[in-house]
Design a protein around this ligand. Structure first.
Ligand SMILES: *Cc1c(COP(=O)(O)O)cnc(C)c1O
Length: 407
């Protein structure tokens, strides 16, 4: 419609309709995040088919730590990546301990102790953390599983969040990694290899492949300098999903082919290594839809505003305040009017007393009334757990898992 701002692409699985009111009744009301597990299972299967057999798939649970979703995805993947003692607690029991890895800066002593006791792999973020882990392991009399997170000397091009190629709170600068690994081995630790994460939310498969190729080369060089082969090389992830107008999906088949080509040309130091890709958003993001009911409809300055019963307190990312510079519209629709022609331009706002609480800015929608349900798609990752839910004291959003792995 004339004057409307563009929205992102609605994932195919939802585009032709879905039982919004039925889900809401089942969950007991709005606001509600629904995650369709059939979509998650399809993504895992697509990735498995695309990747070489030697590459494991890990799920980074911070993207969506909902317990029911974790329990459902754990049997489909080869590892879980956690970033706090809280996440570790959620992951334990769902997966063999050695297939759980713990990354993230600022691990406290009690977190290192919990990880060492549980027998999970710690991805060390600094020399200081390494020394604390060694001391704690020594005190406990346990041989710790330790890997080193490398701050690579390159970055993932076209990445929404860059995490390499510069001064960084994440990982140990590549040049200092050999000395640290030698220290770990000399101290008797069970060295598990490298964790190299160069960025996140990239839709550019060429850039992802380039980054994987640089990662493999870096891992080979480091191993030669150390004089030992890494049991595991975690290649990071970085696969994005389409959120905004003009975004197109990552070509995972192309990435898989390029990776297979790389695997044929590995440094001999990596010949016995296992490899992993760790993904959060790409596995679960498109499986989620946020449903909120229109509480009020108002006009101001000639524009229509639809006020819904949840906002950035549940879904900070859709408001454009989580890792984006320019506010652009997520895919959005009136769930109770799917397939109805757009008739007006309206903004969708939440109930918080801040102008930041705008979930869709001047989008073309069917005529929408109080009681209709707004759906915001691509909401399966970095939703409730990445939003300031205590802000203004509204109730948290409900969350529900639907669908099965084998429809
Ligand atoms: C956040 C994070 C991920 C997951 O990133 P996505 O963009 O959700 O795929 C993977 N690995 C590490 C180390 C992370 O910090």
């Amino acid at each position: 419609m004339n004057g409307a701002k563009a929205i992102g692409p609605i994932p195919a699985e939802f585009a032709s309709g879905f039982p919004a009111e039925q889900w809401i009744a089942q969950a007991g009301g709005t606001p509600l995040f629904v995650y369709d597990f059939a979509v998650v299972a399809a993504r895992v299967a697509q990735l498995r088919a695309a990747l070489p057999d030697s590459v494991e798939i890990h799920y980074a649970i911070k993207a969506n730590p909902m317990p029911a979703l974790l329990a459902a995805i754990a049997p489909l993947v080869d590892g879980l990546d956690v970033a706090s003692a809280g996440e570790l607690e959620k992951a334990l029991g769902l997966m063999a301990s050695h297939a759980i890895s713990f990354a993230g800066p600022g691990k406290r002593d009690f977190e290192l102790e919990a990880a060492i006791r549980a027998g999970v792999t710690i991805n060390l973020e600094s020399e200081g953390e390494a020394e604390r882990a060694l001391l704690i392991a020594d005190r406990l009399g346990i041989r710790p599983l330790l890997a080193v997170r490398v701050n690579p000397d390159f970055e993932l091009r076209g990445s929404g969040m860059r995490m390499g190629g510069r001064a960084s709170p994440f990982g140990v600068d590549a040049a200092r990694v050999p000395a640290l690994v030698k220290r770990l081995i000399a101290a008797g630790a069970d060295w598990q290899g490298f964790h190299i994460f160069a960025g996140s939310q990239s839709l550019d498969s060429g850039a992802i492949s380039e980054s994987q190729s640089l990662t493999l080369a870096l891992a080979g060089r480091l191993a030669e300098e150390i004089g030992a082969s890494p049991p595991l090389v975690n290649l990071g992830g970085g696969f994005g999903i389409p959120y905004f107008s003009g975004d197109t999906p990552v070509d995972v088949e192309g990435i898989g082919r390029a990776l297979a080509f790389q695997m044929e040309r590995l440094s001999p130091m990596l010949a016995q290594s296992r490899f992993a890709i760790e993904l959060g958003r790409w596995l679960v993001g498109e499986a989620g839809v946020y449903l909120a009911r229109v509480v009020d409809r108002k006009e101001s300055g000639g524009e229509a505003f639809l006020v819904i019963d949840g906002g950035l307190n549940h879904h900070l990312a859709a408001s454009g305040n989580f890792g984006t510079v320019v506010k652009r519209n997520y895919p959005v629709a009136v769930a109770t009017k799917i397939g109805v022609e757009p008739e007006e331009i309206a903004s969708v706002v939440g109930p918080l007393c801040t102008p930041l609480d705008r979930l869709a800015d001047r989008v073309a929608l069917p005529k929408t009334e109080v009681g209709d349900v707004i759906a915001i798609f691509a909401s399966g990752a970095y939703g409730p757990s990445a939003s300031p839910s205590a802000f203004l004291g509204h109730a948290p959003a409900r969350e529900m898992l639907v669908g099965t792995a084998n429809p």
